[in-house]
Write a protein that binds this ligand. Structure first.
Ligand code: HEC
Ligand code: HEC
Length: 369
């Protein structure tokens, strides 16, 4: 006997579950139907979704939902060229961009750690421990806002921040521009990349932003499974993906092919950092809210959260299972104790591992003299 039950996630029916799952008689019409009303238990529907077999997924919907873009969007006032990308890549890896001449962007955004630094919180100029963890720069060409609190609107705007910040690279822009102009190799790179513009803060920012847009997590096993290769991910990972979209509610925030809604939420990470709340002081939901990070290549980037407070992916799952580490009025309604079984926790982790792309090793440029 085979009954097909469509589980509607948001407005799209992603899974067609086959088999005599008596407990699944009531399909979820919309995601907010299993959102907990304040003060009421919510275990009802989610408890029914424990699956012992990998579900059959509606391939067309899956493909539509997780479609990777075909081209990288570049802004009209800073279109891509090979020369600009090369200049940006060179600047990104050059420690001479810092006041001490030994901290590059890549010191913290290291390709070997999926473009993070593997530290709970970044360490900058003079060995200062900064307030937040270094986020990855993967797939930012599609990001709406930048920084954990969304305070920068474009990569061009963002790029000059860390160079000047006393705690990060501690380099006045004027000094940097003079230093770069004095290096013949850089004069040439700038001339080819921006022939009608000077070596200046604006062109430094535009070149770095161009390079950053090309830093993309390429095809991962998850994408090949979406494309139809059934054997490429394990049954555990497939069950994990169902949980991700149903009982565990992860897809409420970690949505689209980048696994982020580009929005801000308080998920109950302990600490005093107000996050986006420092910018939007009168919106309750924005207090202690941070940008939803992409989950692409996530297992290469421990520790986790804006302050590195969760050491491993196992800890992150335990965090969500508990319903966050603290309760506050600002904590999102989607953060609730999940009552996951040991098997479900490891299934979720198996799924997260399928998001790691098999990228070609990054070529570090020769720095001009
Ligand atoms: C000392 C370590 C350090 C250095 C050096 C550094 N960064 Fe960062 N970067 C960080 C930290 C920490 C954050 C998060 C800060 C925040 O959100 O408040 C960040 C955030 C970012 C973001 C935003 C990412 C996102 O998801 O919103 C981008 C882009 C970025 N850095 C690019 C650069 C570039 C370009 C350089 C070199 C010019 C650079 N960084 C140098 C640590 C560093
Ligand atoms: C209400 C929205 C929301 C839900 C639901 C949610 N997340 Fe998150 N997730 C976030 C935000 C926001 C952060 C960053 C929070 C911070 O650093 O303070 C985050 C951080 C993470 C991180 C750490 C990534 C990093 O680079 O630090 C992982 C891993 C993660 N979530 C996985 C999951 C999984 C798995 C689920 C389901 C069990 C889930 N999330 C449910 C919004 C959400």
């Amino acid at each position: 006997m085979s009954i097909g039950i469509a589980v509607l996630i948001g407005l799209s029916a992603l899974f067609v579950l086959h088999g005599a799952h008596q407990g699944l008689a009531e399909p979820l019409k919309q995601s907010n139907q299993y959102r907990k009303a304040p003060g009421q238990p919510h275990g009802q529907v989610s408890a029914k979704l424990m699956l012992d077999i990998p579900p059959k997924v509606d391939q067309a919907l899956l493909q539509a939902k997780y479609k990777r873009p075909e081209v990288i969007p570049f802004p009209a006032d800073n279109p891509h060229s090979q020369a600009r990308e090369l200049l940006g890549r060179t600047l990104f890896f050059d420690p001479r961009l810092s006041g001490s001449n030994w901290i590059a962007c890549a010191t913290c955004h290291n390709p070997a750690f999926a473009w993070g630094d593997g530290l709970p919180r970044a360490i900058g100029h003079g060995m200062q421990v900064l307030g937040r963890r270094t986020p990855t720069i993967l797939d930012l060409a599609w990001a709406d806002t930048l920084f954990w609190d969304g305070r920068a609107a474009s990569l061009e705007e963002q790029a000059l921040g860390p160079i000047q910040a006393a705690g990060e690279m501690n380099q006045p822009l004027e000094t940097l521009v003079n230093e770069l102009r004095a290096i013949p190799g850089y004069r040439e790179l700038f001339q080819t990349a921006y022939p009608n513009e000077p070596v200046a803060a604006t062109t430094i920012a535009k070149a770095i932003a161009t390079f950053e847009r090309t830093v993309i997590s390429s095809q991962a096993p998850f994408d090949r499974w979406v494309a139809g290769d059934e054997a490429v991910i394990s049954d555990a990972a497939k069950r994990g993906f169902v949980l991700f979209n149903t009982k565990a509610r992860c897809s409420q925030c970690h949505s689209t092919w980048r696994f982020t809604d580009d929005s801000f939420h308080d998920i109950g990470v302990a600490g005093d950092d107000q996050g986006r709340g420092a910018l939007l002081t009168d919106i309750v939901a924005m207090q202690y809210a941070f940008k939803t990070p992409t989950l692409r290549n996530v297992h290469q980037r421990a520790p986790y959260m804006h302050n590195g407070s969760e050491h491993t992916l196992e800890d992150v799952i335990a965090f969500y299972d508990q319903g966050g580490r603290v309760t506050r009025p600002s904590v999102s309604a989607d953060i609730q104790p999940l009552h996951l079984t040991i098997q479900e926790k490891s299934d979720l982790i198996a799924f997260l591992h399928t998001l790691t792309s098999e990228d070609k090793p990054m070529t570090v440029p020769t720095l001009p003299r």
